[in-house]
Design a protein around this ligand. Sequence first.
Ligand SMILES: C[S@@+](CC[C@H](N)C(=O)[O-])C[C@H]1O[C@@H](n2cnc3c(N)ncnc32)[C@H](O)[C@@H]1O
Length: 253
Amino acid sequence: MSPPPIAAREIAREERFNEVWNNQLNDVFADVAPYYDRANTIASLGLWGRFLRQFMATVEVRPGERVLDVCAGTNAIGIALLEREPSLEVHAIDRSAAMQEVGQRSAESRGLRIRSVIADVHTLPFPDDHFDLVTIQFASRHLRVGRVFAEIRRVLKPGGRFHHCDMLRPASRVVEQLYYAYLRTCLEFTAILFRSGPAARKCKEYFINALRMFYSAEELCVVLRELGYVEVRASTVLCGMLGFHRAVKPPPG
Ligand SMILES: C[S@@+](CC[C@H](N)C(=O)[O-])C[C@H]1O[C@@H](n2cnc3c(N)ncnc32)[C@H](O)[C@@H]1O
């Protein structure tokens, strides 16, 4: 019997990208860390901050909650949440020490405290039922999403919320092709502008292919439901190129 479509896609993504994920991606983020935020602002034609605000508008927080930002990178999410609600206890996890160094400096310069862990997120080093809220932004394409979303569900408290934002595979083939052409141009341009090193240059085509094999907004809803999340909701902007998902770990009983 053939595996269900989502499981088959996960196997295909892993087979295709295992080498990059295990051996190359960390070097890419070490390379781009110093200019990551500026490069994204340029590549998005100045819309990067707006995307963050749109995502944050879908996330509700309550005073004193414990929050985990997965693949936190330069801490854009943790900083935005703490600026909105300073009483939060915010944790960040990322495999890239270089990205987190930039993120920690950024948080500290604003007088904010984010507790940082450097680790691979396929195994989250936190107890079960620990967080009220977990977020992840612009990282799922680089992950075995089934494993990471299951880990996120484990560390969420019953009733806890998971908020996801990423570039998605648009449903329209025409939009998809235009999108990849634009991304390819941007990657070339920012590599020249910021003098990217060999690791980042080598992976330019990977970034397009990772998107090509990723999920549409609706498919990601199916992934979340298959993993036992409830109240799964999705919204998209830019013709489905960017999506926001919200899902809840069911309370017991
Ligand atoms: C495109 S950046 C996104 C950073 C941040 N969330 C943002 O919105 O700007 C992707 C991040 O995922 C991290 N990452 C990729 N694979 C990872 C893994 N297996 N474990 C932990 N972090 C990972 C990278 O180090 C990088 O910081």
